[in-house]
Design a protein around this ligand. Structure first.
Ligand SMILES: Cc1cc2nc3c(=O)[nH]c(=O)nc-3n(C[C@H](O)[C@H](O)[C@H](O)COP(=O)(O)OP(=O)(O)OC[C@H]3O[C@@H](n4cnc5c(N)ncnc54)[C@H](O)[C@@H]3O)c2cc1C
Length: 360
């Protein structure tokens, strides 16, 4: 009976990070399961270049030192010289994380259950095969929950005639002012003629692809981008609630990624946080680590409750962006803001609804 050093359940970005960061330099034998074909997945993960992301600088697809937040009436421009907005593609992350010294066996199978026997675990896949491992890294997560807010989005990669986009400026949030719905466009201009154009919604229910497509076409039309060729698409749902599962009582079971609480629910950013989580786990003796600080978590909760209970059209984000400079804004998004920035954030928020949420 073969006992692997570790079993990774799910080879999304966090499962891949476990292979690279925790086992990449060892000669251990690791097994990983994913019920999907990970070679078919590709999308871009955005983040600001925090210190913990610097080791991955050479796989960054593109950096933007300037980003905008606004609507048809206002355009806030943020700059940051040392903390640019960056993207890494899933494909690059996957290839980087699979290039290791350890021996990784990947099974395209669904894990049905696992449980401890003696001092290791038995993992059973849905074809009833049994595998054994000393440690479990579990990244299966609940992305939707009735009555809870979700960030859902659909984007297309397009090629357009020359010099259509300003490749140095990223549109982080362009609020379109939908009635009773928080909707914005997110544009990643990779070059003067290539971009990802994404329609994003914060709401409790998700929509059909055609809904987002309509918004994308409308936006492109407004920007006079009539001629374009589609080269790909990405879509997703990110929980805007605390999606972390309870920590396991077994010290050798690790909840990772969104399942391990990596997502910052108020923004949907998770990629850089799940990497931070695995980096912290490397030096921790526990099976869980605190990725988001107490005050950040508290502020996130208040903000999400505010979004849930109020018809927000983007004005709060625009006000927040206008009261902060680029560095302060990125520190808020990356959960690393200092007290002065926190004070500015609180000051930017609509007072009465926020005070109500604070005392709930
Ligand atoms: C299209 C898209 C774009 C995103 N963009 C950004 C971004 O720009 N910035 C950012 O910070 N975050 C972004 N996110 C959010 C977040 O970073 C991702 O959701 C990320 O994939 C979370 O990684 P994870 O490893 O926690 O989970 P997942 O990526 O969901 O990986 C879990 C894996 O487990 C597999 N699995 C599930 N159940 C089983 C089972 N029973 N047996 C075996 N395998 C199983 C799944 O197939 C999946 O591959 C994005 C998300 C999506 C979907």
């Amino acid at each position: 009976m073969k006992i692997y050093k570790a079993a990774i359940i799910g080879l999304g970005p966090s499962g891949l990070a476990v292979n690279k960061i925790l086992y990449g330099d060892s000669s251990n034998e690791v097994i990983a399961f994913d019920n999907e074909d990970i070679n078919k997945r590709d999308n871009y993960f955005g983040f600001w270049l925090t210190d913990w992301m610097k080791p991955f600088e050479n796989i960054i697809e593109k950096k933007w030192y300037r980003w905008t937040i606004g609507n048809k009436n206002i355009n806030i421009i943020h700059n940051s010289i040392d903390k640019p907005y960056c993207v890494i593609s899933f494909k690059k992350w996957k290839n980087f994380c699979l290039e290791t010294k350890n021996k990784l066996e990947i099974k395209n199978k669904k894990v049905a259950k696992y449980f401890p026997i003696k001092n290791f675990f038995k993992v059973i896949t849905d074809d009833n095969t049994e595998y054994y491992a000393e440690k479990i890294y579990d990244s299966r997560s609940t992305k939707e929950k009735k009555g809870e807010l979700l960030q859902h989005f659909y984007g297309i990669n397009i090629t357009v005639p020359d010099n259509t986009f300003n490749k140095n400026e990223l549109t982080l949030m362009y609020f379109t002012g939908e009635k009773n719905l928080l909707h914005f466009m997110y544009i990643l201009p990779f070059s003067h003629n290539k971009a990802l154009v994404e329609s994003t919604v914060f709401s409790k229910d998700i929509f059909n692809n055609s809904w987002y497509r309509e918004k994308i076409y409308k936006y492109l039309n407004e920007k006079n981008i009539i001629e374009f060729k589609e080269t790909g698409e990405e879509k997703g749902i990110i929980p805007m609630f605390m999606a972390a599962e309870k920590n396991s009582s077994s010290p050798n079971v690790f909840n990772i990624g969104i399942r391990g609480g990596a997502c910052k629910p108020s923004t949907g950013y998770a990629f850089s946080f799940l990497i931070k989580q695995i980096q912290l786990l490397k030096y921790s003796k526990k099976n869980s680590v605190n990725i988001h600080k107490f005050l950040e978590r508290k502020m996130d909760k208040i903000f999400i409750n505010f979004l849930k209970n109020n018809n927000e059209d983007g004005q709060s984000f625009i006000k927040l962006a206008s009261n902060l400079n680029g560095n302060e804004f990125q520190s808020f998004m990356m959960g690393d803001s200092n007290l002065l920035t926190k004070f500015k954030i609180i000051k930017s928020m609509p007072k009465i609804p926020f005070i109500k949420e604070l005392f709930k």
